[in-house]
Write a protein that binds this ligand. Sequence first.
Ligand code: FAD
Length: 318
Amino acid sequence: MPEVLVLVDHVDGEVKKVTHELLSAARRIGDPAAVVVGSPGVTGKVKDSLARYGAVKVYAAESADADALLVTPKVDALQAVAATASPAAVLISATLEGKEVAGRLAVRLGSGLLYDAVDVDADGSVTQSVFGGAFVVKAKSTRGVPVIAVRPGAVEAEEAPAEATEVAVELPAADAAKVTRVTGREVLVGGDRPELTEATVVVAGGRGVGSAEKFDVVEKLADVLGAAVGASRAAVDSGYYPHQFQVGQTGKTVSPQLYIALGISGAIQHRAGMQTSKTIIAVNKDPEAPIFEIADYGVVGDLFTVVPQLTGEVEKRK
Ligand code: FAD
């Protein structure tokens, strides 16, 4: 079986859920081979987690510089491994950083690039959400090694324990004139809440929430559900919630099991970031709001009446 390279997303030695999803998708095409890029020693911390989801090989591209150089070492590592392994495909998470890596890698390999895949088939073709989510198409790269950016949450992560062999990869020395070096790092997450793109449940608020203070109605429901909080661009632009929580075309793309939209009209640019969610619930006082066109369950009503009741009911059942 040909290898299928998976770029590992990890933070401080912890593998992100999306990597387990990518390894599961890679198994459909060939033998999953994980590519770990990070500071010395990181591969040892993540190897077991990768093998549990089927990685038969773990390429370790470690260097003291790797964490400080943004995307370049990841592209270098994938290019180096692709040159020797002749993989059937390269899978990368369709996060902001992942898309940057995928684009650069495809150029270097002279390959076709498939963005925003929501499903991956055994022959390397994908189901893709394109033009801001306006169309879902089947696509296949006909040039080089396909570079596929898969949306977090789109593919189910399934355990398939394997024995992983570790292979060291030498990273080329960074050219100081060409790279961006990170000099400080601040992790912006919503307290104890799960990371937005990794969360199984997302509760998002829109302009209908009305103010930053009133966003606590959104947060309270999120907290009883163990969910991440998201926001529409109108809510972000109005200063109700920070930008890193924006969902949509110019924000983050999420595909949770459950997406609850509160006071969000459902503009195409918002839908682009959430319409592949498995189940969508919308609360909106306007029965004509476009969000109801894609919602599995809709409540026409004032969110300040509906949501506290829902929060109370969930709390009672915990
Ligand atoms: P509105 O459209 O104003 O809707 C508010 C909704 O709340 C209404 O449907 C109203 O009926 C309802 N409501 C009001 N009060 C209540 C209440 N008390 N109870 C229940 N319901 C209530 N948008 C994004 O979200 N993400 C993006 O990434 C994004 N990128 C964009 C990129 C471009 C290039 C452009 C042009 C636009 C982009 N937008 C994006 C903006 C998008 O077009 C919409 O303007 C935005 O999504 C609207 O946000 P909203 O639904 O919160 O606000």
